[in-house]
Write a protein that binds this ligand. Structure first.
Ligand code: HEC
Length: 370
C-alpha cells in the first residue's frame, strides 16, 4: 500500500469509527445540512466545498468543486442522494467517497445534499432535474453535452437503414450548439444497396426560462439544414431549410413528464420544398430500480405532427412508443428502443424500428462509470 493510500484508509477508518460508533440519538441531532456537512463531509470536500487540499486528504482522486455551477447543477438531487447513501461506486465513482446510508437518515442526507446545492450561487443554470430523458424526435429543452447515434430500420416497404449522428455541446449556462449528420443505406427497386450522406444540420439552443419549483424549462432554437446530400440518389432535400422552434419540458409528480416541441420548416426555395409547421410531444414516466439507486427506465410515447403550408395539405401523424434505459451505473450511457408507426397517410411511409445510444460526455468517458 502506498503512503497516500494508507492515509486515505486512515481517514475512512476514522470516519467509520466516528459514524459506526455513534449512538442513533446523537446522529439524529445533526439535522441541519450545514452541521452534517461540517462533521461528515468537510474533511474531504473542504469547508468551502471546493475540495480539500490533496496533501490534507492523502489520496490522489480529484474532489469535485461544488461551487462550480457548471458541475453542480447537472445532476438531479436524487443522484447525489444515491452517492451519499450508497457510496461512490453506486454511481461508478471512486470508492473513496464513503457510503453514509447507515450513519445518516434519509432526511439528514437530503438536507446535506440540499446544503451542497447552495454553493452554486448563479440562478441562470437550470437544474439537472429538468434534464428529462431524450425522446427520439422531440428535442429536449435542456442544454446538453451529448453524443447520440440513432438508427432506424424500415420494417415495411423497401429496405433501408438510416443512421443519424448528433453532437451537442453546451457552451454556457443557457446556451448549446449542435451539429448533426444523417447517413442512409437504401435498397431501392434495383435490389442493390447504396449508401450516402444526407443533409448536415447546425443548431443553436438557448434556455429562455426554467424553474425547479414549477418543474418547467423552455428553450428556443434554430437549426439550419444544409443540402449536403444528393437528392437525385435519394439522400437529402436539395435545399437549405431553416427550422426555428420552441421546446418545453414539464415535470409531473411521481416521475411523470411531458416534452413538447413546435416550430416551422422554412426552405430558402419553396420551389424545391414546401414550408411546413411541425409539433411533437413526448409523454412518459420514469422508474428507478432498487428504490431510486439503480437503473432508470422511462417508457414514453411520442406523437409527431407535420403539416405543409400548401392548400389542401393534411396533418401527417406518427406515433412512437419507446423505452429509454440507463446502461452505465453513472447513467451517462443510455439507450432507447422504439417503433415509429405512421398513424395516417400511410402510403409510402414505412414503419420504422428505432434504436439509439446516448453518451452524456460531461459525466465521464465511454469506459468510465460502469
Ligand atoms: C473520505 C473522503 C470523503 C468524504 C468523507 C466524503 N466524500 Fe464525497 N466524495 C469523495 C470523493 C473522492 C469524491 C469523488 C469521486 C469520483 O469523482 O470518483 C466524492 C464525490 C461526492 C459526490 C458526487 C459528485 C458527482 O460527481 O456527482 C457527492 C454528491 C458527494 N461526494 C457528497 C458527499 C457528502 C454529502 C459527504 C458527507 C455526508 C461526503 N461526500 C463525504 C470523498 C469524500
Amino acid at each position: 500500500m502506498t503512503e497516500p493510500e494508507k492515509r486515505a484508509l486512515a481517514v475512512r477508518v476514522a470516519l467509520l469509527l466516528l459514524f459506526g460508533g455513534w449512538p442513533a440519538s446523537w446522529g439524529q441531532k445533526l439535522d441541519r445540512g450545514e452541521e452534517i456537512f461540517r462533521s461528515a463531509c468537510a474533511a474531504c470536500h473542504g469547508w468551502d466545498a471546493r475540495g480539500q487540499d490533496r496533501s490534507q486528504v492523502g489520496f490522489e482522486q480529484p474532489l469535485p468543486d461544488f461551487t462550480d455551477c457548471n458541475f453542480a447543477t447537472r445532476e438531479a438531487a436524487a443522484d447525489w442522494v444515491t452517492v451519499v447513501r450508497r457510496g461512490g461506486p453506486a454511481r461508478g465513482f471512486s470508492e473513496i467517497m464513503p457510503a453514509f446510508g447507515e450513519a445518516l437518515t434519509r432526511e439528514q442526507i437530503e438536507s446535506v445534499v440540499n446544503y451542497l446545492r447552495g454553493f452554486c450561487a448563479e440562478p441562470s443554470w437550470p437544474r439537472g432535474e429538468l434534464n428529462l430523458p431524450r425522446p427520439f424526435f422531440t428535442t429536449k429543452a435542456f442544454p446538453e453535452d451529448e453524443t447520440v447515434v440513432t438508427n432506424a430500420i424500415h420494417a415495411t416497404g423497401s429496405p433501408a437503414l438510416l443512421s443519424h449522428w448528433v453532437y451537442e455541446k453546451r457552451v454556457s449556462a443557457r446556451n448549446q450548439v449542435e451539429i448533426s449528420l444523417p447517413f442512409r443505406f437504401l435498397n431501392p427497386a434495383t435490389g442493390r444497396w447504396r449508401g450516402g450522406v444526407g443533409d448536415l444540420a447546425l443548431g443553436y439552443k438557448r434556455v429562455i426560462a426554467h424553474s425547479l419549483n414549477t418543474g418547467s424549462i423552455l428553450s428556443a432554437s434554430v437549426e439550419a439544414v444544409l443540402p449536403t446530400g444528393d437528392p437525385a440518389r435519394g439522400f437529402g432535400g436539395g435545399v437549405t431549410v431553416f427550422e426555428p422552434f420552441l421546446a418545453w419540458g414539464q415535470l409531473f409528480p411521481s416521475e411523470g413528464f411531458l416534452q413538447v416541441q413546435a416550430g416551422f420548416e422554412l426552405p430558402t426555395r419553396t420551389r424545391d420544398a414546401p414550408r411546413a409547421a411541425f409539433w411533437r410531444a413526448a409523454l412518459g414516466r420514469g422508474f428507478f430500480q432498487q428504490g431510486g439507486d439503480g437503473r432508470y427506465w422511462a417508457p414514453m410515447v411520442e406523437f409527431l405532427a407535420d403539416r405543409e403550408f400548401e392548400t389542401g395539405a393534411r396533418v401527417v401523424w406518427d406515433v412512437v412508443p419507446q423505452l429509454h434505459v440507463t446502461l452505465s451505473r453513472r447513467h451517462h450511457i443510455r439507450a432507447n428502443v422504439g417503433l415509429r408507426i405512421p398513424a395516417n397517410q400511410t402510403a409510402g411511409r414505412p414503419v420504422q424500428v428505432l434504436f439509439y445510444l446516448l453518451w452524456d460526455r460531461f459525466d465521464g468517458g465511454l469506459t468510465e462509470g460502469w
